[in-house]
Design a protein around this ligand. Sequence first.
Ligand SMILES: *Cc1c(COP(=O)(O)O)cnc(C)c1O
Length: 663
Amino acid sequence: MNKKISDLLKLDTKRTDLKEDLSDKEFFGFPIDPIINAEENLLSKSVKSIAYFSMEYGLAPSVYHEFKSSRPIDPRNIISDHEVFSNIKDMDYYHYLPTKKMVDLPIYSGGLGVLAGDTLKSAADRHIPLVGLGILWDKGYFKQKFWFRSGGQWPEEMPWDPDSYPGLVPLKPRISIPISGTELHLRLWKYYVYSYDLQHVIPLVLLDAEFEENPDYLRELTHQLYRSYNGWIKICQRMILGIGGVKALEKLGYSIDRYHLNEGHAALAFIEKARKSDPEKLKAVFKYTCHTPVEAGHDRFNWQELEAALGKERTESVKRFGRDEKNASLANLTQLAMNTSSAVNGVAQQHGRVMHLQFPAHKDKIKSITNGIHTYTWISQPIRKLLLKYKDRIGDFETNPGLLANVVQLKNETGFREDLWQAHLENKKRLADFLKFWFFKPEAFTLGWARRIAVYKRPALLFQDINRLARLAKDLGPLQIVIAGKAHPEDMPASMHMDEILRQINLLNGEHKTLRICFLENYDTYFAKLLTSSVDLWLNNPLPPFEASGTSGMKAILNGVVQLTTLDGWVVEAADKGLGRIFGYQASLEKLGTETDLRLKEDSSALYDALTELLPEYYSTQAGKRGPGESKWLDMMVNAIAASGYFNTDRMVREYEEKIWQL
Ligand SMILES: *Cc1c(COP(=O)(O)O)cnc(C)c1O
């Protein structure tokens, strides 16, 4: 790579081992021109650009644009097996599933991060001059290990090697921020997120405290995402993202016109900018997306602990803009972001309405922009092939995902229905291949539930009456259930739900001829894509109205997977689209209720009722009743794909452009 390009990219030239992967034409096997173009745009004062801050990013070469590297990849960056916990207990061996894939860039924990990653991809697809800011978590989120004897999960550190991770490059410039009267040094990394067609990129800058300039206790600050066992660490991590992020932008010389905070974690960015500019003018360029109506999701700190890390001057500024409304002795980062941003959005229409109730003083600036998923990432090969075969009728959905709405016109065509069914079977065979050591039966009705294990998502709802579940499978046909998800190690109530599921699975040992359940270890993006595209039914059962949006169901509908869901988040907007079956408690927005009143008994009963209706519908379709008017199941599959014309990040980013960035 010539000096001009490496200077533009600000690469750390001491890393000579990178030479083979970087040339004047290629960046880890991908074209370099889009990188040059993106860097020049960010440096130019005449091009309006956006800085997007997020604590986590879900980016995974196993499902999107795998960089090529000529150097050996450290084995810690490759996953070679997964274990499952299941009710088939004949031999331990069968719980061991071999695989070979790159680990996801381990800097995310769940839906929030995956959304941030998909946002960068769609921004690249739409040629938007944008740079992402985040943190390089040196020990990842955590690695989940099942504790077979007592039932439960054991969190382990997630060792990985940034130096040999393809596409990740260290930069020469460094920055520092004052923390508790000392200087924390941060080195910077870059990862380039390409558009689906490789014509554009979004640079992602990652901050990292793990290197020789810092004492051990400071290096720890960027070790594990959300492992913040005391208030001080939590504040420091937010300082790194907000203050460090702003300093990184300055150091790199980027000219930024909009600051977008993905969640309140980065709210201190405003405090940093306000030291040098008029706060009132600054508000016009700050924008904020709030992702949860759950109170515990909002960061609060007392003034002493905040000042101890942040120092007096900046704390005074937080006192001015970020006082908790209910308790003046606390700083509240949600409040800070809300008070200092000129546009704010909830992540689905219902969430916007909930926010109006929670923040009546800010009602006028709170908008609703429904989340989405990146179509090109989450579409499975068989479904993509099918839709390309019908491209004449649908249009170029890869360039414009909105055109998927046209799929509904094919609903009554026997040929398309038959092709769709075959594409789905092909997907199911891929799951069968992966789970073959677990005796997966491709002909059995298969249900999936996978996401973060959080209490309001009610992970154990399906297991409230296992006798009824077992009877249902005996009477109506075999039932396979695949589950996956990690509980945050410090979230004790969530871990208890997880233990409960494992205990119930254990109890079903005698039932495994008709009811087979497996819990996959270490849920990640690869599994998210595999499961959301290959099961027959996707279960989503959060307690309304606490799911702000939810996105895994959007991945499933894109692949024609039928939904069984409560009426919450994005589903409220899709309720009349015939994507599956809606069941359970419906929230009244007059009174939000509490997220701990889980209504497990009533809603599990409604869930079993729904399954009782759905199983025969599925089995009759499988038996050959697939024509128009013959199979409601296939109608739902077609409706699902058509609805994904709306529930994608291409549409979402367009709405960001129009309603909140307003460049
Ligand atoms: C999509 C995704 C999620 C989000 O799932 P929800 O059902 O929206 O909670 C979480 N984790 C991973 C790995 C995902 O890909």
